[in-house]
Design a protein around this ligand. Structure first.
Ligand code: TYD
Length: 394
């Protein structure tokens, strides 16, 4: 393996480690967030990797159902799956609060979700969900109980797992011969194009490119046969994958995506170094925006206390002296504080333009949904601060 780091995002707390009032002054666990490129596999990953148990446990705050965008996306995908693949059994790895599996009949789905606090939401509704980490052992157990599955779906989960060998061996144990694996994760190409360096944090071990993912998949005789580009999470790819032995035709989208990645330079280390320089510039610009607004005594709040924004706020050293508070719809984040930067997070109850001038968009990946919701604030002259593709006020 030839891994070289290209980006240093400084000392960072765990991105989803929202602080309670009680532990606000306790020393937080921090790590150095560096991002590396492996010139052999073409995989991009963070350097320091923590155990899943430390990050994905029964205090995990993330809920897939918190956004209309995600609910709609899962609904559309489930219709497509039923129409195209007509599966008898579907398995979801990382089923969270059931936003995807709830689109299917209970006896048709199996969900695997290690964060028991989230998993129990679907368990209560009598879905077959397991509060466990995906592994070969679990796959064998599920196979014994349910037999093989025709579709496996996993969104924003595989990129969170260090041991890809365990992931794909487990998948191969339970996926039927003609079965389809659908993976969905942020696209490395889009991340570089849009300068969304906040895709990197302790939970996002990998940000996949197609060329990197193909290098992994071939070891397990799996092949991408179609790629859908999605706007989800700031530009994601939905990979449709089959067994090598399945004669299904390869759609042109695969060659197109591969070509786009190669011509952008995703095989070359220097592309990543250039990205790192843009990230540094981005930090300078964002800090300047905040400084200017604060000098004019403007009131700034945050919208969407995302894990991603933990990276931005800590890297740019933007804290509770600059942002008064964040608003977020996730109950488990409310009345807590952002990791490292200690900005209070309040329950979303609408926005009063008379009290607020600027909003830093932490949940920039839901920009369209949020702008629609905050029409009134915008109409009344309220402005947003966004860091992608470059920091600006809109
Ligand atoms: P998200 O960007 O999905 O994830 P991550 O934490 O992985 O970076 O998180 C979106 C957050 O924004 C989530 O905490 C819910 C919040 N949110 C709102 O408060 N209001 C909204 O209208 C939307 C769409 C999201």
């Amino acid at each position: 393996m030839k891994k070289t780091n290209f980006l240093d995002l400084g000392n960072q707390p765990f991105a989803n480690n929202y602080l309670t009032k009680k532990n606000l002054f306790k020393k937080e666990k921090k790590y150095r967030l560096k991002v590396c490129f492996d010139s052999l596999t073409k995989l991009v990953s963070i350097e320091k990797i923590f155990s899943s148990k430390l990050m994905f446990n029964n205090t995990y705050p993330y809920r897939s159902s918190m956004s209309k965008t995600m609910i709609k996306s899962f609904k559309e995908l489930s219709k497509l799956i039923d129409k195209k693949f007509k599966p008898k059994k579907i398995l979801e790895i990382g089923s969270n609060d059931g936003a995807f599996i709830k689109n299917f009949k209970k006896n048709k789905t199996i969900g695997v979700e290690p964060c028991a606090n989230v998993e129990k939401i679907t368990k209560k509704l009598n879905y077959n969900t397991y509060p466990e980490y995906w592994s070969k052992k679990l796959s064998r157990k599920l196979f014994k109980k349910f037999g093989e599955v025709d579709v496996i779906y996993s969104a924003n989960t595989i990129s969170h797992i260090k041991n890809l060998d365990e992931v794909f061996k487990g998948i191969n144990l339970i996926l039927s011969e003609k079965g389809i694996l659908i993976l969905e994760d942020p696209s490395l190409l889009e991340c570089l194009k849009r300068n969304t360096y906040d895709q990197f944090y302790n939970e996002h071990i990998y940000v996949f490119s197609t060329i990197g993912l193909e290098n992994v998949l071939k070891k397990y005789n799996l092949k991408i046969f179609k790629i859908d580009k999605l706007d989800i999470h700031g530009g994601s790819n939905r990979y449709f994958i089959k067994r090598k032995s399945n004669p299904k035709k390869i759609h042109k989208s695969v060659a197109q995506q591969r070509k786009a990645e190669i011509s952008y330079g995703l095989k070359n280390y220097k592309t990543y170094k250039k990205f790192a320089s843009r990230v540094k510039r981005s930090r300078k610009m964002l800090k300047n925006i905040f400084k200017k607004l604060k000098n004019k005594n403007k009131t700034i709040i945050g919208y969407g206390a995302t894990a991603k924004s933990t990276t931005i706020l800590n890297y740019c050293n933007i804290n509770n002296k600059t942002i008064d508070f964040f608003l977020d719809t996730t109950i488990d984040k409310q009345n807590k504080y952002t990791p490292g930067t200690k900005i209070p997070i309040l329950k979303y109850l609408g926005i009063d333009r008379n009290k607020i001038d600027y909003i830093f968009l932490g949940a920039w990946n839901f920009k369209n949904e949020i702008f629609k919701k905050e029409k009134k604030f915008i109409k009344n002259g309220g402005k947003f601060i966004i860091h992608t593709p470059y920091p600006k006020i809109i």
